[in-house]
Design a protein around this ligand. Structure first.
Ligand code: NAD
Ligand code: 2YJ
Ligand code: MG
Length: 259
């Protein structure tokens, strides 16, 4: 299980602003606009209680503070509880939270206490990064390269398939690749025999996972994976439009899905 580090979350406001600009260049809408349009929901400044959780590997420095900054950035009215865990949950509800955000080592959830809707970060992240890439205004075809088919990647790939895209998928885990080819009807991508794509989706915990030969000029790489799937050099060489941000885009997707 890949855990976020305080380092990943440094300058979260700047990372969000840069991601918003990239999403605007790729889709014509900002992150909020894509979420609104995709989920058909709008926010009315709902009150969000963010509860730090100490179980497992414990509190991640910057995690709750980043969720606070992210939720305020998207126009919600949020607060971090003073107490963690069950006491924090009690504090959040007693202080009027309509939506609870909290994460342990395995699950990061948003729970809307008014309408009962609940969201899990991994599928919400995969789906929104796929949705953003699927809207690429300069895409030259409906072919997509997807690298990483795990808890984030699989729902993203399922979303592309649902929208009628032709997905060429790759995962270092051969059995998982075969399972996904079978269950979603995608085509296996052979890194030894690559071709170029204008839409690439990546969700792995590794760096440099996209072969250079798969990059077309001005392709979009939409990737929640940490660290980055592509080097700065290759990004510049091919004028890659990179959508990559460590927490905010996925969190926005969770929140708009429970409104
Ligand atoms: P996971 O372990 O369920 O899936 C990762 C997959 O990548 C695995 O199937 C693995 O076999 C595959 N993989 C690893 N190295 C590879 C390589 N070199 N080439 C091809 N495939 C490779 O993990 P996950 O929960 O799906 O998370 C994926 C990444 O997304 C992690 O880095 C996680 O931290 C990150 N993440 C980011 C956000 C965000 O908001 N940006 C949200 C959730 C998760
Ligand atoms: O409250 C805290 O500070 C910690 N308990 C947060 C733990 C965050 N969890 C993760 O990063 C896990 N990978 C699960 C969430 C996936 C989102 N990337
Ligand atoms: Mg994100």
């Amino acid at each position: 299980m890949a855990l976020l580090t305080p380092e990943d979350l440094k300058n979260i406001n700047r990372q969000l602003q840069e991601a918003d600009s990239a999403v605007r260049r790729v889709t014509g809408l900002d992150i909020k606009g894509v979420c609104k349009d995709f989920y058909g929901t709008t926010s009315c400044g709902e009150k969000i209680g963010i509860v730090p959780v100490t179980s497992g590997n414990g509190i991640i420095g910057n995690f709750s503070a980043s969720l606070h900054a992210i939720t305020e950035y998207f126009g919600f009215d949020s607060f971090v509880t003073n107490m963690p865990d069950v006491s924090g949950y009690y504090e959040a509800v007693r202080n009027g939270a309509q939506i609870i955000l909290m994460a342990d080592d395995n699950t990061f959830l948003a729970h809307n206490l008014k309408n009962g809707k609940i969201a899990n970060n991994q599928p919400c992240t995969g789906i929104i990064y796929a949705e953003i890439a699927s809207r690429y205004l300069k895409a030259d075809s409906k072919d997509v390269l997807a690298v990483g088919l795990g808890k984030v990647g699989f729902p993203g790939v399922a979303h592309f398939v649902h929208k009628g895209f032709r997905v060429y998928g790759y995962d270092a885990d051969r059995a998982l690749l075969e399972k996904t080819v079978f269950s979603l009807g995608i085509t296996p991508f052979d890194p030894e025999n690559p071709r170029k794509f204008s839409i690439i989706f990546e969700a792995t915990p590794c760096a440099d996972t996209i072969p250079e030969a798969a990059l077309s000029e001005n392709c979009v790489i939409s990737t929640p994976g940490i660290p980055c799937a592509i080097s700065r050099e290759l990004q510049e060489k091919y004028g890659v439009e990179l959508v990559m941000e460590p927490l905010g885009i996925g969190t926005a997707s969770m929140l708009y899905s429970v409104l």
